[in-house]
Structure formats: structure tokens, C-alpha cells
Design a protein. Structure first.
Lengths: 113, 114
């Protein structure tokens, strides 16, 4: 079935350090992988996404890598800041004409000043 | 440019009751998807509406139903509420039902079932 596993569930880093969150998906037909940031009491917001025809994508301090063979994708945040503290969700969507996103369980990132 | 809006923000119901949640998509969007987010979990897909029809459904019982209106707004109805239905219900809108379209989330409705 469709499943996305996300690790770790919690991550604590010092300000300025890097943070890495990893996800594994089960559906080999998945071809779109977004990452959402959800601050406490707020809506999930898309921060970066990657499609299966690309291995890496970067946007300032955020990057995402995709390994289709291993069905892994990861979020990398460099030079973390306290405002990066939030819950991060990875998701996957298959290539058929559908909007169904399969989410991971979430990672609570705490950036200590 | 209005984003996705949802109402009400909070709702308290008792077991066995029925509830209706509402969503207005982002301006220019015509597709609405609904998700259930239990505390400490990722959102789970309930269903998607496009052209006033349910296009895809997740693993939710028939107690969960929906509707889309000609102005693209949508409702989620849940009958015979159970304690386990307590969650944040998120609506997401997009342009078209295609797989390449980014989904924008609303702020959610927090449903508590007592």
C-alpha cells in the first residue's frame, strides 16, 4: 500500500547547525515530493518540492535530495535559525491524475538559540 | 488575493451527532481536497472534489461525505460522530485535479467530539 515513513520524530539542533530529515516512500509510482512546514496552531505551508526527474533542488538554506532507486528523499536545512522551529512533514504523490498526498508522521524541529 | 479559508475554526460536538465543515478555495482554484490531522500525526487524505464531483477517496468510512458547489467552495459532512473523529480538519485547494498542482492549505477546523 501507499506509505511514507519519516525520521526522526524529533530533532534538536543548535542555532547555526544543519538539520536533516529523511523520508522513505513505498509507492514506486510516486513522482512528486513536497515538504511542508507547520508552526504551532497554523496551516501547513509548502517550503520546497521536488519531482522525480530531478535528483536535487535548492532554495537558499533549504535543499531536498531524491534517490528514486532507494525510494528515499531528504530535507536539508543549513545555518538553522530559531524561526525554523516547527513541525516538518514530507509527502509523496503518485503520477496518475490525482491530488492525493501521502504524508509522513512529521518531525518536530527545535532550534536552540 | 484571498487564501484558503475554513469555518468554523473550532467546534465541539458529542458522540452520535453530525457536523458540517466549510472551505472556500484560494482565488482562481477549482479543486478542493480534505485531510484529517490527528494530534501529533501527519494529515490523512479524505477525498478530493473537482467539477462538483468526488474524484478520489482515501480510507475513510461512508460517514464522511462531501459536496462541492458551483463557486468551487466545499463542505465536509461527518455523521454519527465518534470520539476518534476528534482532529484538525484541513482543506487544501489547487488549480485542476492534476498531479502536478501545488496544494494550498487552509487554517483548519479543530473538531472535538465528547
Amino acid at each position: 500500500g501507499e506509505n511514507v515513513e519519516q525520521h526522526p520524530s524529533t530533532l534538536s539542533v543548535q542555532e547555526g547547525d544543519s538539520a536533516v530529515i529523511k523520508c522513505t516512500y513505498s509507492d514506486s509510482a510516486s513522482n512528486y515530493f513536497p515538504w511542508y512546514k507547520q508552526e504551532l496552531g497554523k496551516r501547513p505551508q509548502l517550503i520546497i518540492d521536488i519531482r522525480s526527474n530531478v535528483g536535487e533542488k535548492k532554495d537558499q538554506r533549504i535543499a531536498v535530495t531524491l534517490n528514486k532507486t532507494a525510494k528515499h528523499f531528504s530535507l536539508h536545512i543549513t545555518e538553522t535559525q530559531p524561526e525554523d522551529s516547527a513541525v516538518y512533514f514530507c509527502a509523496a504523490r503518485r503520477s496518475s491524475n490525482t491530488g492525493k498526498l501521502i504524508f509522513g508522521q512529521g518531525t518536530t524541529l527545535q532550534v536552540k538559540p | 488575493d484571498a487564501g484558503v479559508t475554513q469555518s468554523p475554526t473550532h467546534l465541539i460536538k458529542t458522540r452520535g451527532q453530525q457536523v458540517t465543515l466549510r472551505c472556500s478555495p484560494k482565488s482562481g482554484h477549482d479543486t478542493v481536497s480534505w485531510y484529517q490531522q490527528a494530534l501529533g500525526q501527519g494529515p490523512q487524505f479524505i477525498f478530493q472534489y473537482y467539477e462538483e464531483e468526488e474524484r478520489q477517496r482515501g480510507n475513510f468510512p461512508d460517514r464522511f461525505s462531501g459536496h462541492q458547489f458551483p463557486n468551487y467552495s466545499s463542505e465536509l459532512n461527518v455523521n454519527a460522530l465518534l470520539l476518534g473523529d476528534s482532529a484538525l480538519y484541513l482543506c487544501a485547494s489547487s488549480l485542476g485535479a492534476g498531479a502536478d498542482n501545488e496544494q494550498f492549505f487552509g487554517p483548519g477546523t479543530r473538531l472535538t467530539v465528547l
